[in-house]
Write a new protein. Structure first.
Length: 374
């Protein structure tokens, strides 16, 4: 087991900043310097050490986990992955140090013909990542569906509440009673229930059903009383929200050319993130990185920049990408820089606690104490 000392480095520990410290990596864990020599010494002067970033909304295919780690994302929380592809990605994450770690919802819960069926019809290039989808036929099917996800090793349950209107389409959707039955079944199995909902109406259905989290901010309301009231309701329900601002930015850019999505989706999503943050909602940084847009890994750095643009301080944005998703998803061994925690680390040139854009200036990435080779 090797010992690496990162010396004289600024540390954002997941919650607060320490201007100068020495951090020792002993094997796979962070430990307090003990005076014994290290095998490797890394000069941290002028640099900042962060916990490895956690992307709280992705969709993995071959190559995703390697791309994520190369950009300092050491853990991805996948929100939909068909069983064959998921099994392969789990084996990869468990057996190699040069890819990000993985947690997943596995198969998402959607209505027959519902979102994202429309994305997978012509997805031959995705191989076994493209389907088939196990649809939920009604409330009576909720326990069966959830039990199947548990058998596949799902870490949480993703429930689609999306009629496609925001994206310029119209899809079958789960009835509110089915959404509620799925939440109840998930909780009975000890799983968090996370809703894919992108409009105020859909979010209201998810909140009525008792979900634990939302996979997106709403993207159909301008700044104003209606958005503020929705944010207050989310806060009162103690429901966390994954931001995915970079996703809405991407589909808005596509809409400018194809007129498929609501042109103001990115702007409204930014207003929503600001309103939710001001209401005290727990926000998690996530990108919705997928085989289409945006890109795994690099998208997280854009997400952090967009979060600061939506009113979060750099420290708050960094916490939303480190300690907060770790806490919300029960990843008790990561998301912090402290003795005993897993050595998932990102070293950058500069100070992202004052200039968030410097997270892209990567000087080193460690996953479980193993430094990624450039």
């Amino acid at each position: 087991m090797t010992r690496t000392l990162i010396r004289d480095v600024r540390v954002f520990d997941g919650e607060r900043t320490v201007p100068r410290a020495d951090i020792l990596i002993d094997g796979a864990r962070i430990t307090a310097p003990d005076g014994r020599p290290a095998d490797t010494v890394v000069d941290g002067s002028g640099r900042t050490l962060l916990p490895g970033l956690i992307d709280a909304h992705t969709h993995v295919v071959d190559g995703s986990l390697a791309a994520a780690l190369a950009h300092g994302v050491t853990t991805e929380l996948d929100m939909f992955c068909v069983p064959g592809n998921l099994a392969r990605q789990r084996r990869l994450a468990a057996s190699r140090d040069d890819v990000a770690d993985l947690r997943s919802a596995g198969m998402l819960a959607t209505a027959p013909g519902g979102h994202p069926t429309q994305l997978l019809v012509d997805a031959g290039a995705l191989g076994d990542a493209a389907g088939p989808i196990d649809a939920v036929t009604g409330p009576a099917d909720a326990k069966r569906f959830t039990a199947d996800r548990v058998a596949e090793g799902a870490d949480y349950l993703k429930i689609v509440v999306d009629d496609g209107i925001l994206h310029g389409g119209h899809f079958p959707t789960l009835a509110p009673a089915t959404v509620a039955a799925l939440v109840e079944a998930a909780h009975a199995q000890g799983l968090r229930a996370i809703a894919h909902a992108v409009t105020a109406r859909e979010i209201a259905i998810a909140l009525d059903a008792g979900v634990d989290g939302l996979a997106h901010v709403p993207a159909d309301l301008p700044a104003g009383p209606e958005l503020s009231a929705l944010a207050a309701r989310v806060a009162a329900a103690r429901v966390f929200v994954v931001t995915t601002l970079v996703y809405f930015e991407a589909i808005t850019a596509q809409a400018a050319a194809a007129d498929h999505a609501k042109p103001s989706a990115a702007t409204d999503a930014g207003h929503a993130a600001r309103a939710l943050h001001e209401a005290g909602v727990v926000l998690l940084a996530g990108t919705d990185a997928n085989p289409y847009v945006p890109e795994h890994g690099i998208a997280m750095h854009r997400e952090l920049l967009l979060l600061t643009g939506a009113g979060m301080s750099p420290d708050a944005a960094l916490a939303a990408a480190t300690s907060i998703p770790a806490r919300v998803f029960g990843l008790t061994d990561r998301g912090r820089i402290a003795p005993g925690f897993r050595a998932d680390l990102l070293l950058v040139d500069g100070d992202p606690t004052s200039d968030i854009s410097t997270t892209k200036a990567i000087a080193g990435v460690w996953r479980g104490g193993v430094r990624l080779q450039p």
